[in-house]
Design a protein around this ligand. Structure first.
Ligand code: SAM
Length: 236
């Protein structure tokens, strides 16, 4: 049976002229435009980072905005950068040929280095690799952590460095649980962990923008509070 493409209405492998020449993306252009705007509003108070960058389709517009705002710090990115079947299919839709298990880090770096030269790209499993002691975080994009076993440790290690009233927290898989129809109620419950996290801490986050009818992405501003505590209340 053919796998259903959950990101677009396009059939797997179908090549769209609209995608030709673009960086293969798993998110829509409207979100990329918003990321560029966020970058342009960088206040000079902390680092920008992305967890789950793939080819850089979201990192690049964010960096374009950051460069316009005269961002001077390293930009941090974490990913496995190891192509799976679904990614091979998705890249082909953009006219980019990759093979299963290909190391995608060089392709990511080629894309982001055209925009900014201080990129720290950390390859491998995020939970194993993620440590943060560098300083305050002003922009934090999650596009990999969506299951409790990844989302929980990322929240625990990063949110203590968020800046009250400032940090922009992009959850690109926030509504994924509504769009993903495999795995039954247990999988849906697991995928809903970003929603449980935000709702449990609704005093600590302001919703800035979402595209609920179009994609899974939502952006919040962190307002303050020890959101890294009480994990047992929302994680599972
Ligand atoms: C949805 S894609 C990111 C797409 C990109 N932000 C975009 O919009 O085009 C999610 C990425 O997260 C990575 N990822 C998922 N879980 C991971 C984990 N536990 N450790 C490292 N990377 C992970 C995958 O390799 C994949 O490249």
């Amino acid at each position: 049976m053919r796998k259903k493409n959950i990101y677009t209405k396009q059939k797997p492998g179908e090549f769209s002229q609209k995608k030709a020449g673009r960086i293969p993306a798993l998110s829509p252009i409207s979100v990329h435009d918003y990321l560029r705007e966020i970058g342009k509003k960088w206040k000079g108070l902390g680092y920008a980072m992305e967890l789950g960058s793939w080819f850089g389709a979201t990192a690049v517009p964010l960096l374009e905005g950051l460069v316009a705002a005269e961002y001077t710090l390293p930009f941090y990115s974490w990913d496995r950068w190891k192509a799976n079947d679904e990614q091979v299919t998705r890249a082909a839709e953009f006219g980019v040929k990759i093979v299963k298990n290909q190391d995608l880090k060089p392709l990511f770096e080629e894309n982001v280095n055209k925009v900014y030269d201080q990129i720290v790209s950390i390859k491998g499993d995020i939970v194993k690799n993620l440590k943060w002691t560098q300083g305050p975080i002003e922009i934090c994009i999650f596009d990999a952590p969506k299951l409790p076993e990844v989302f929980g440790p990322c929240i625990e290690r990063l949110t203590p460095h968020f800046i009250p009233g400032v940090t922009i927290f992009g959850l690109l898989d926030y509504y994924f649980w509504e769009r993903h129809h495999k795995g039954g109620a247990d999988k849906t419950h697991k995928l809903r962990v970003p929603d449980r996290f935000i709702n449990y801490h609704r005093e600590s986050f302001t919703l800035l923008k979402h595209w609920r009818n179009k994609c899974s992405c939502a952006f919040f501003r962190y307002e303050g509070g020890a959101v890294w505590e009480d994990m047992d209340k929302w994680l599972m």
